[in-house]
Design a protein around this ligand. Structure first.
Ligand code: NCD
Ligand code: ZN
Length: 355
């Protein structure tokens, strides 16, 4: 390995939106070229609530994986107040579903079928704690009176802490962490609490969204916060601490749905996700911790073996060009512009550049 080449265990994406239909077909190859596995979020317009739903969705995904790629989708159940603990347990023990996701009702895209009263899900959490099944949390309160920039911190105090107290051994992933309060909370817990961090929250703060005009392509949920929070996320990710790992939260929407009077939340970042993360680790002089964040910590938390394939990154002197936007029949999906020069280029095992 030279200073301009990095070879390490193939990464996984622990938080991904693949959508369905034409959109799925177009976005999936970007994931299957860059990741061995991905935790596939269940917030389809008609959510993935039962193990049977997850099996149907898995088949739709599997049918779209390019033959050249070795990619495994890890299916997730969308938690509702009616979720059957027996279905969850049977699906997990049979290896059909890897986790359950909590969307507080109204918190984000397609969350209306989510949970209003957390006590209603305690029977499911009891079973999950016993079988060691990860509980994935969209950690924002939805109360109208709470400022959107405070919703994560308030969720930790009013929702997450009581759950943690009641279920001390439950494996919890705080998804797409965006605040210093979140980092501090995770660090105050033991190894049964972890968090995913997105590439975009490592490189943008709320100025990207709001300065010089409203920039809807930097709008996602949880919304990017102040610079001090971004710095806390960078410190956590680059520390190599086993409680933090990559979840891209790549969430494609048509450009016209984002460039609207009521624009959708979500950033499509998977085409340059690895390059963005590598750039941040280089800036922090922490490239030696990159493999942990991308490829090891998440697998350890989910108690899965590391990927056998390798990934190689080559440092190009000239900054990489931005990935092309995706064109589908209904319109275009814009690729994430990280607003910084990227130099780390992903190669395939034959040494060729990957799109
Ligand atoms: C996600 C989506 O569009 O499905 N959007 C987002 O901004 N992250 C939902 C989510 O993860 O909150
Ligand atoms: Zn998401």
């Amino acid at each position: 390995m030279s200073s301009s080449t990095l070879t390490f265990t193939m990464p996984d994406d622990w938080h991904l939106h693949l959508r369905s239909g034409e959109m799925l077909k177009q976005v999936l190859p970007f994931t299957s070229q860059h990741f061995g596995r991905a935790i596939v979020m269940p917030n389809l317009p008609s959510p993935v609530v039962t193990v049977a739903d997850a099996e149907v969705y898995r088949q739709e995904i599997t049918a779209c994986i390019p033959e050249t790629d070795n990619f495994t989708p890890l299916m997730v159940l969308y938690l509702t107040e009616k979720t059957d603990p027996k279905d969850v347990k049977a699906g997990f023990l049979a290896g059909k579903v890897a986790a359950v996701k909590l969307y507080p009702a109204g918190a984000t895209t397609h969350s209306d079928a989510g949970v209003k009263d957390l006590e209603k899900i305690y029977p499911v959490l009891t079973v999950m704690e016993t079988i060691g099944m990860p509980f994935l949390v969209h950690g924002e309160v939805v109360d109208a009176e709470i400022d959107i920039f405070d919703r994560e911190a308030v969720f930790i105090e009013t929702k997450l802490m009581p759950i943690r107290e009641r279920f001390p051994k439950l494996k919890i992933v705080f998804e797409h962490l965006t605040t210093k309060e979140g980092v501090d909370y995770v660090l105050s817990c033991d190894q049964d609490t972890a968090a995913t961090i997105t590439p975009h929250h490592l490189v943008i703060n709320r100025n990207a969204l709001l300065v010089g005009g409203l920039k809807p392509h930097y709008y996602c949920l949880p919304v990017a916060k102040r610079e001090q929070h971004r710095l806390a996320l960078v410190k956590a990710a680059t520390s190599g601490d086993s409680q933090f790992f990559l979840g891209t939260d790549s969430a494609p929407h048509l450009a016209e749905a984002k460039e609207s009077a009521c624009g959708c939340a979500g950033i499509f970042n998977v085409a340059n996700a690895i390059s963005v993360v590598a750039q941040v680790f280089e800036q922090e002089k922490a490239l030696d911790q990159l493999e942990k964040f991308l490829s090891l910590n998440g697998a350890d938390f989910y108690q899965l073996p590391y990927n056998r394939q390798k990934m190689t990154l080559v440092r190009q002197h000239k900054p990489l060009s931005l990935p092309e936007n995706i064109k589908i029949a209904e319109g275009e999906v814009l690729a994430f512009d990280p607003l910084l020069d990227l130099h780390w280029d992903v190669q395939n095992p034959l040494g060729m550049k990957i799109k």
